[in-house]
Write a protein that binds this ligand. Structure first.
Ligand code: ATP
Ligand code: MG
Length: 256
């Protein structure tokens, strides 16, 4: 395992077997993956190939059956549940296909909640940071709205604000545009591209080549094995179409 300071997150020989099924099903088979600091990495693959399982196993949402995960040089698999929760709260941000917000809190309070829990002593700092994030991502004017009183795109941008409020080392996203129409999806991808531009490390699962085209690198998962990697380099708007076409061809070769 390397101590390369340019690697923020690294897993080695990561395997996951679900024992809830009979017979048990091995879903990940010895995955090696190193995410560079500031990298925007996308994981693609067919439905059921193990993308979410991989994301959960490297982010401490679930425990791998074997293998190692290093975040900022710290071994995660040996942490107990409380330590793991703390690392998730303070060093990781999460965005899912559906935004999980509390319906009894307005948008702003939902965004503030985890960051305030992580750093109660820095209440003013957290509020300032969240205000700036909401302004930046264009949801300032709906901050007092309930979560059912905003659009899907606004809600997903609120998820991004919530995920970033604690200044995470890695932002994990599992199909963040999966439930959005294409204009909202572009909105959210513009926001994530911006976040990446700030130097935030992002690991995102997506089915959508237009979203994946934004990433620095795409890895392809088949039946729980990483079978291919594609370096795309930094994304620019004027190459968007070409990148998407090239990526699409790469994916088609794999039967995607
Ligand atoms: N908790 C679980 N218990 C048992 N099997 C599971 C569990 N979670 C996932 N699986 C199985 O593991 C395999 C991989 O699931 P996973 O959700 O990681 O796939 P995915 O690539 O994210 O798929 P999708 O694109 O549909 O989201 C699937 O066969 C799934 O049925
Ligand atoms: Mg999934």
């Amino acid at each position: 395992m390397s101590n390369d300071h340019r690697i923020t997150l690294e897993c080695t020989d990561l395997s996951k077997t679900y024992f809830s099924t009979d017979p048990p099903s091995q879903v990940l088979h010895g995955i090696d993956l190193a995410v560079r600091t500031g990298e925007f990495l996308v994981v693609m693959g067919a439905s059921g190939s193990g993308k979410s399982t991989l994301l959960y196993s490297i982010s401490g949402m679930d425990r791998p059956t074997s293998g190692n995960v290093l975040l900022e040089g710290r071994e995660l698999t040996s942490l107990d549940d409380a330590e793991m929760s703390r690392v998730r709260l303070t060093r990781m941000g999460f965005i899912f296909q559906q935004a999980y917000f509390l319906s009894n809190l307005n948008l702003q309070d939902n965004i503030l909640l985890p960051a305030l829990k992580a750093a109660p002593e820095d209440k003013d700092g957290v509020i300032k940071r969240v205000d700036a994030l909401m302004e930046r991502f264009g949801i300032d004017h709906v901050k007092r709205h309930g979560v059912t009183q905003v659009s899907g795109g606004q809600l997903q941008r609120a998820s991004i604000c919530r995920a970033l409020a604690g200044e995470p080392a890695v932002l994990f996203a599992d199909e963040p545009t999966g439930a959005l129409n294409s204009s909202m999806s572009t909105e959210v991808m513009n926001a994530l591209t911006d976040v990446h531009g700030d130097g935030t490390t992002i690991v995102m699962v997506t089915h959508d080549p237009a979203c994946a085209a934004r990433a620095d690198r795409v890895v392809y998962l088949r039946d729980g094995l990483l079978i291919d990697t594609r370096e795309q380099g930094p994304w620019t708007e004027d190459q968007a179409k070409q990148r998407e076409d090239d990526l699409f061809a790469w994916l088609s070769d794999k039967g995607f």
